[in-house]
Design a protein around this ligand. Structure first.
Ligand code: NAD
Length: 118
């Protein structure tokens, strides 16, 4: 469980690479905010994570819209505490950036994973 105690915002998290990322982060112990244009699909991925024993919430949001990004980040921090991971699919200039660049040190390997964009 390399991400136990961490929280992640996965944009485009209901489909394709984003869905796989949501499930992988949850399997590693992260609390996951699944964010997608398709709210019902995001809810389904969050439900799948919870059914497997993980923690997840879902948001219908457009990550190219700054207001949506602000709303999602604020609600995720409220629910989970400060987010230390992010994964963006698709890429968006409005998507939240990690507070620190990825580290290649052994102790911070999970942060490096968390900072990966696809
Ligand atoms: N699949 C591949 O092999 C591959 C390879 C290289 C790059 N990519 C790129 O990676 C990205 C994701 O690919 P995929 O195959 O997972 O795509 P996908 O279409 O299966 O999933 C993308 C998800 O992002 C959501 N989404 C789209 N725009 C959004 C927005 N503005 N806000 C919130 N959610 C949004 C969609 O609803 C969907 O659930 C794409 O940009 C793709 O071009 C994919």
């Amino acid at each position: 469980m390399r991400l136990a105690g961490k929280s992640a915002i996965v944009t485009g998290g209901a489909g394709g690479i984003g869905r796989a990322t949501s499930l992988a982060f949850a399997a590693e112990g992260a609390r996951v905010a699944v964010v997608d244009l398709q709210q019902e699909a995001a809810e389904a991925v969050a439900a799948e994570i919870r059914a497997a024993g993980g923690e997840a919430i879902a948001f219908g949001a457009d990550v190219s819209a700054e207001a949506d990004v602000g709303r999602v980040v604020a609600a995720t921090v409220e629910a989970f505490g400060a987010s230390t991971c992010r994964s963006t699919t698709p890429e968006s200039s409005a998507a939240p950036r990690p507070s620190r660049p990825p580290s290649r040190s052994g102790t911070a390997s999970s942060e490096s994973m968390c900072a990966a964009s696809s």
